[in-house]
Design a protein around this ligand. Sequence first.
Ligand SMILES: [Zn+2]
Length: 85
Amino acid sequence: MKKHISKAEAQEKIDEFFRQKELDAKYVKKIKRLAMKYNIKLGKYRKRFCKKCFSDLKKGKVRITKTHKIVECRKCGERNKFRIM
Ligand SMILES: [Zn+2]
């Protein structure tokens, strides 16, 4: 993992990771670190995982308000708020 990769390669890795149906919290953390290192914005991918414990939010409870979508993490109970554009 010490190998130096280009930003494009890092982006490709990230895209590939989020194409998976289920995300593993352990790897989400790694991918997030990779994105930070290469200054890559996760954008829409941020909605896929809990900001606190990094687990997959797909199965979380969803509530919609006028301005936000709130997804409650099934693992840690954190409410992840996303602004609705
Ligand atoms: Zn969580």
